[in-house]
Design a protein around this ligand. Structure first.
Ligand SMILES: Cc1cc2nc3c(=O)[nH]c(=O)nc-3n(C[C@H](O)[C@H](O)[C@H](O)COP(=O)(O)OP(=O)(O)OC[C@H]3O[C@@H](n4cnc5c(N)ncnc54)[C@H](O)[C@@H]3O)c2cc1C
Length: 384
């Protein structure tokens, strides 16, 4: 792996930096955190700008509508957009970072043509319908069933913790298509339109007060068989591709954001006198080292994924495990730096701290990542 930047990459960085400096001041004001339709419009508007400037789907393959950029260019893009304070991927998270890449890797030509361009153009939002009330960590225990009826599946069941379900057009949905098969072998991966009759979305409120996710109830929802990605009952394999993207590459931009936050925190500590505390300084220093190491790990993972057809490897679990803990630690330190101010729900820092608690759960808990690292990377015996 070569970690130095070529002339072409440096040129790419300079052009991107100049473009960001021009467009960011023109952006409309950010909507309030609970204005979901407003947030959807804002996030899609930003995606449309990226698309028009040729920066949409940089990391997607060219035959999937992407730019076929090198992994390093993708990382430069993440670094520069974050450094400039560009909008976060937001409502486009699932579509751009794991449903889209899964369809690019596993979908047919028709499926790619139908679903990928609207994600890149900022026309459609996706959500992820994997977890169920009794199937979170043990995802393969899912019970939502899909019964074939002519050219459609009739889907009945429920999903939970579905982020952005309120504003999504499509859902990457896992269903049980063969209840008799061993649990990993009877699952299929479907693209379900969220406006289909029988879909009910009931928002859930998080600790931070936001309704970013929801319960989704499915009552005899008809989903065309043509919307199945991969073969019938081969959905577990397709799911592993989705989770590889979700754990391996979807959070990498946030590492840059955390490094920026750390810098802000150090400046605040210097301004309010907390910098004089050597224990606090040591914690800040350790986090600085950890986020630096995570960025190197990211470069490694992204570069490795190039050699395996663009699908990130199992190293994503190491990244997810380390990143989600470092992020929690970052906001714990923030509370120390801010003191009483960190208790106010009006403070963005407080809301970020509360939501950082979810990072060791979302996209697979830390315990599950530890099991994966132990069994599949270190080759230790299975715990169960
Ligand atoms: C902010 C947020 C957003 C989310 N967004 C989505 C989304 O958009 N779509 C979606 O489908 N899901 C989403 N989820 C759900 C998430 O993927 C699940 O919450 C997660 O997989 C854990 O499942 P669970 O909540 O059922 O916990 P459980 O599986 O019940 O686990 C409870 C505890 O037991 C531990 N445990 C369970 N099994 C084992 C084992 N074999 N070994 C060791 N420990 C074990 C777990 O680590 C955990 O600590 C989201 C969750 C959060 C917090």
């Amino acid at each position: 792996m070569d970690l130095t930047y070529t002339e072409e990459e440096q040129d790419f960085r300079a052009r991107l930096r100049a473009w960001l400096a021009k467009v960011l001041p023109e952006l409309p004001a950010k909507p309030s955190p609970d204005d979901w339709p407003g947030r959807r419009a804002y996030d899609l508007g930003w995606q449309r700008r990226l698309y028009e400037a040729g920066y949409a789907g940089l990391h997607w393959p060219v035959d999937a509508g992407g730019r076929g950029a090198t992994p390093t260019q993708h990382l430069i893009f993440l670094e520069e957009t974050e450094r400039a304070g560009a909008p976060y991927v937001g409502a486009n998270f699932v579509g751009l970072l794991h449903a889209g890449p899964t369809i690019a890797a596993e979908g047919s030509a028709e499926q790619r043509a139908r679903w990928l361009p609207p994600v890149l153009r900022g026309d459609e939002v996706w959500c992820q319908g994997f977890s169920e009330p009794d199937a979170g960590s043990d995802l393969a225990s899912l019970r939502t069933r899909a019964v074939r009826d002519g050219d459609a599946y009739v889907v009945t069941g429920s999903k939970i913790w579905t982020s952005h379900a309120e504003v999504a057009d499509w859902c990457e949905l896992l269903v049980r298509t063969d209840p008799q098969a061993p649990k990993h072998r009877g699952i299929s991966w479907l693209a379900m339109p969220m406006d289909a009759p029988g879909v009910t979305v009931r928002p859930l409120r998080t600790l931070a007060g936001s309704t970013e996710f929801a319960e989704v109830f499915l009552d005899e929802v008809r989903v065309p068989v043509a919307n199945r990605v991969g073969a019938e009952n081969d959905g577990w394999r397709v799911t592993m591709v989705t989770l590889s993207f979700e754990r391996g590459t979807a959070f990498v931009g946030e590492v840059v954001a955390c490094r920026r936050t750390l810098g802000e925190l150090a400046r605040t500590a210097k301004a309010n006198g907390r910098w004089d505390d050597p224990v606090l300084r040591r914690r800040l220093g350790r986090l600085y080292g950890e986020f630096g190491a995570l960025w190197r790990l990211t470069q490694w993972n992204v570069s490795e994924s190039e050699g395996s057809g663009g699908v990130p490897g199992i190293g994503g679990s190491v990244f997810k495990l380390a990143y989600s803990h470092a992020r929690q630690e970052l906001y714990d330190v923030a509370a120390e730096v801010l003191g009483a101010a960190s208790l106010s729900l009006e403070e963005e820092w407080t809301l970020d701290r509360l939501s950082s608690l979810s990072y060791t759960i979302a996209a697979g808990t830390s315990q599950i990542q530890q099991n994966i690292v132990a069994e599949r990377i270190l080759g230790l015996p299975k715990g169960r």
